[in-house]
Design a protein around this ligand. Structure first.
Ligand SMILES: Cc1cc2nc3c(=O)[nH]c(=O)nc-3n(C[C@H](O)[C@H](O)[C@H](O)COP(=O)(O)O)c2cc1C
Length: 130
């Protein structure tokens, strides 16, 4: 297998009107499997955090679709970088529930340490694993 660098985009956004999370999850799982994208979508109290990683073109296309989606707004990219290997090599959707795995929470909390204060505050309690 050739070792093509992967692109990883990490963003936060605000959820608008009541939305159907299951619908988003279903759409995402389907498309991302086809596109070779893995990552994570974390939802808490009106805020989304998402990691998308995979082939650079696929991630760029997926992000362009997602950024144009009116089901959320105020999208802010927190990091956009090349990674040698997938850091979130599976796909899941979390709601900040107590059953989420602690390693995952810690990884997200670390990645959030450079994020703006309002975004960190929105996820602080759910990532602490109380
Ligand atoms: C918070 C949020 C996260 C999303 N994540 C993804 C995703 O990871 N992959 C994806 O293909 N679509 C995602 N979507 C949906 C896209 O914005 C878009 O509706 C969808 O990709 C269109 O797919 P379709 O052309 O197959 O209908 C997300 C939407 C929202 C609001």
């Amino acid at each position: 297998m050739t070792n093509v660098p992967l692109r990883q985009i990490f963003y936060a956004s605000l959820c608008g009107d009541p939305i159907d999370l299951d619908d988003i999850l279903q759409q995402s799982r389907h498309n991302n499997a086809v596109d070779g994208i893995t990552g994570l979508l974390w939802f808490n109290d009106g805020h989304f955090l998402q990691v998308l990683e995979g082939p650079a073109d696929s991630v760029a296309n997926a992000y362009a679709r997602i950024a144009a989606d009116r089901r959320h707004h105020d999208i802010r990219i927190l990091s956009d970088r090349s990674v040698a290997a997938r850091e979130f090599g599976y796909w899941s959707m979390e709601r900040g529930s107590a059953c989420a795995d602690m390693g995952l929470r810690q990884r997200l909390a670390r990645r959030l340490s450079d994020a703006p204060a309002d975004i960190r505050a929105a996820f602080a309690a759910s990532l602490a694993g109380d």
